[in-house]
Design a protein around this ligand. Structure first.
Ligand SMILES: [Zn+2]
Ligand SMILES: [Zn+2]
Length: 335
């Protein structure tokens, strides 16, 4: 973690004193000491498990509040969890734009689309080219003047998000606006101390076991969601772009991410490791895909996790274009 002035300003005085004490202790160590943590608040148990650091969440505004509550995990462990209550409105970046207005609009007037592992700017030219891009002449999302058909009411955004969308919404760029979700509150439970399982948990795998579909939570309280159902969206001849932060809105889930594009709060690691971007629902840390020199770890497990001495077990998200983050949970989740 890079200790910035902003970071210091967010800390209560007793923690600043503690931090200075820790820095003094470490500065007395020999230079080849490898036990230095990149996170001075982390609590490491004997087996290398690192507790969730609730101070990393952006609780300064009203968007995210965190309390400690008793909870039961999916493996039966009785423990304490952080209960994270959030409006899902990011305090660290703007939402949108999603749909451009005309086929001459540039990339800054629209969001992004994910296809075949690639991230595409949804600018006017992308909309104009959709029939060619998808090899299907049904696509024509603009009128003869070049104005793009964009949903412009809450009702339209709700109707167009229905998988059985009517033909009247064909060739609409779908966007739900922040003003439609001002009353929404989301609550998440994350075990404070992660519990590694002998076999991983599939997301939403078995409805009877209540396993989550949400992958994790960014420090701003926005969820890393399951993959967007892009086949259903395109099958209805609609497009529901993500903004440049990889997020968009639906009326039930609020604002949520489908891609990690480096816009939400990142906690830089001082050893060149990829930045931390949030926590998975099992309490293990989630990090960006690539390290400082652009390499992805080569030893990731099926869930996209691995361990090191500094961070313990943690995940690295998949590439933004993949419409996914991590593949499963290696730890127990809160029921
Ligand atoms: Zn979505
Ligand atoms: Zn790593």
């Amino acid at each position: 973690m890079i200790i910035t002035k902003e970071f210091m300003n967010r800390l209560p005085m007793h923690r600043i004193v503690m931090l200075i004490a820790i820095i003094i202790v470490f500065s007395n160590c020999s230079s080849d000491d490898t036990s230095e943590s990149t996170d001075d608040d982390s609590i490491t148990t004997d087996d290398g498990t690192i507790d969730v650091d609730s101070s990393l969440f952006l609780t300064d505004g009203s968007a995210v509040t965190i309390t400690t509550v008793p909870c039961t995990l999916s493996d039966g462990t009785e423990t304490d969890c952080y209960q994270i209550v959030t409006t899902g409105v990011p305090s660290d970046h703007e939402m949108g734009p999603w749909c451009p207005s005309t086929i001459t609009d540039g990339a800054e007037e629209g969001g992004i689309w994910l296809e075949n592992g690639e991230v595409y700017d949804v600018d006017g030219a992308f909309i104009q080219n959709m029939a060619t891009f998808y090899g299907d002449d049904t696509w024509k999302m603009y009128d003869d003047e070049g104005n793009i058909y964009v949903t412009d009411t809450e009702e339209d955004c709700e109707n167009a998000a229905n998988p059985n969308v009517g033909e009247e919404y064909e060739n609409f760029c779908v966007e739900c606006l922040p003003s439609y979700i001002t009353d929404l509150i989301q609550t998440y439970l994350i075990p404070i101390t992660p519990v590694k399982l002998s076999s991983s948990v599939s997301f939403g795998g078995d409805p009877s076991d209540n396993s989550p579909s949400v992958r994790g939570i960014a420090f701003n309280g926005v969820r890393f969601d399951e993959p967007a159902p892009t086949d259903d969206i395109l099958g209805a001849y609609t497009l529901a772009p993500f903004d440049d932060a990889g997020g968009h809105i639906n009326l039930a889930a609020g604002y949520h991410y489908h891609a990690e594009t480096g816009v939400s709060t990142q906690i830089t690691q001082d050893d060149g490791h990829a930045s931390m971007i949030g926590y998975a629902l099992d309490g293990y840390g989630i990090y960006a895909q690539l390290d400082d020199i652009g390499d992805e770890p080569t030893d990731l497990d099926d869930c996209r996790g691995h361990s090191d001495d500094t961070r313990g077990y943690h995940y690295h998200v998949a590439a933004a274009g993949s419409n996914s983050f991590i593949n499963c949970l290696s730890g127990a989740y809160a029921n």
